[in-house]
Design a binder for this molecule. Structure first.
Ligand code: HEM
Length: 408
């Protein structure tokens, strides 16, 4: 076994110790090689900023291949019919399609989900933050995730979409079950639960769309029903997938960014003081919260065209590439002293929100939610500290804490 093989073996997403704090191994891997083949997942894995940045923008690779090839042509198996409702739920998700469908759908969705529509949410987002933080301040000890970040983030996206607040817990449960499908290795029990949740979620969303058709209320779903571009409109299946991907993508990563980032602040007290003293604005601080301990660690692409070569390695059509965001975001070739958490860094060039045609459509909303939360925490709880040592979920792709107990 070579030293690199040994290092690749330590990149083990099933190893709890690695998943708890993957950065030492990711740092070593990135410095050892820009690319390696992982036989366990049959993927070419990219470790450095430049290659990840470029691959996100390379149109010869895509998140999907079925618009161009059959599963057989691509040497992949047909989707398992046992998980048909899961596949149905993401059929028209922006994350599951490529041009020309992606171009058309994204154009219609961005006509409605605009930075202006997000900014118009600010008073409501601030009111929600105040409402949720008040009991935390009063109690003096609380779990930032369960008592603040989750209810906050779900309420924000639900309110924007026009989902009744009474249904938010149900949506959270479905969403938690569904996103487990995106981990690198999943067992049948997880898939059964994800498929069931997807089915219930689809039925719920369809009923909601019918409701908005009958009584338009200015919400995002209402606008998606009404949106038109040069005679082009969204179909019912497209609205369903879009509403669902916004609900799912709309809270999980935001919750984890806030909690991972506040843990970083607590471990780097001097940086938190820079925020509470007003030296560093919350809007600036959130960028290194996302970069330093990324909430999403791995994104994949299929090679769709001949001639793809990454870091000198030719990669044929049909092969899969995985990009390690947590490694790229700590690449010293791009970021000065990247292992240092620096609230004032404010560098928005991290790959936390991706890049290219699939760049996070929710980035303005995520940034607004994070900014308002950091502002309210700094203002109302400047002396907050860790009340217990937090632990991360045992999942590598979606990286988040099980709880973040804080006290004053
Ligand atoms: C800090 C929080 C967030 C992070 C770190 C994040 C990260 C990402 C990343 C990395 C991608 C690109 C995936 C790829 O290229 O393969 C993406 C896409 C996407 N995100 Fe986010 N996201 C966040 C919050 C949100 C929110 C709040 C929403 C919606 C309200 C959202 C909706 C989406 C959607 C719909 C896409 C797919 C866009 C497309 O394929 O065209 N995200 N996100």
């Amino acid at each position: 076994m070579t030293a690199l093989d040994d290092l690749i073996a330590r990149f083990d997403v099933t190893d709890p110790a690695f998943v708890q704090w993957p950065y030492p191994v990711l740092d070593e891997l990135r410095e050892a090689t820009p690319i390696f083949f992982d036989e366990r997942t049959d993927q070419w894995v990219l470790t450095r900023y430049a290659e990840v940045h470029e691959t996100l923008r390379d149109r010869r690779l895509g998140r999907a291949y079925t618009h161009r090839y059959t599963h057989e042509q691509f040497g992949r198996s047909e989707p398992d019919p046992r998980w048909s409702r899961f596949h149905e739920h993401e059929q028209w998700s922006l994350l599951a399609i490529e041009p020309p469908d992606h171009t058309r759908l994204r154009r219609l969705v961005t006509k409605v989900f605009t930075p202006r529509a997000v900014e118009a949410m600010r008073p409501q987002v601030e009111a929600l933050a105040d409402e949720l933080i008040a009991p935390c301040v009063e109690r003096g000890r609380f779990d930032l995730i369960a008592e603040y970040a989750q209810p906050y983030s779900v309420a924000v996206i639900c309110s924007m979409l026009g989902v009744p607040r009474t249904d938010t817990q149900q949506l959270l449960d479905w969403s938690h079950a569904i996103v487990k499908m995106y981990e690198l290795r999943t067992g049948d029990d997880v898939k059964v639960a994800a498929d069931r949740a997807a089915g219930e979620f689809i039925d719920y969303t369809r009923a909601l769309i019918a409701d908005k058709r009958r009584s338009p209320d200015g919400s995002l779903i209402s606008e998606l029903v009404a949106v038109e571009d040069q005679g082009d409109v969204l179909t019912e299946a497209e609205i369903t997938s879009t509403a669902m991907v916004l609900l799912e993508a709309g809270h999980e990563a935001t919750v984890n960014s806030l909690a991972n980032g506040m843990r970083a602040m607590m471990l780097h007290r001097d940086q938190w003081t820079r925020v509470t003293s007003g030296e560093v604005a919350p809007r600036t601080a959130i960028e290194d919260m996302i970069r330093w301990d990324a909430p999403l660690h791995l994104f994949e692409r299929w090679v769709l065209d001949d001639g793809v070569e990454i870091a000198g390695q030719p990669i044929p059509v049909g092969q899969e590439v995985a990009m390690l965001f947590g490694a790229a975001n700590r690449d010293p070739r791009r970021f000065d002293d990247p292992g240092r958490f620096d609230a004032g860094r404010g560098d928005t060039a991290h790959v936390g929100f991706g890049g290219g045609i699939h760049f996070c459509i929710g980035a303005p909303l995520a940034r607004l939610e994070l900014e308002v939360s950091v502002d309210r925490l700094a203002r109302h709880l400047p002396d907050v500290q860790l009340a217990a040592e937090p632990a991360y979920h045992p999942t590598f792709v979606i990286r988040g804490l099980t709880a973040l107990e804080l006290s004053t």
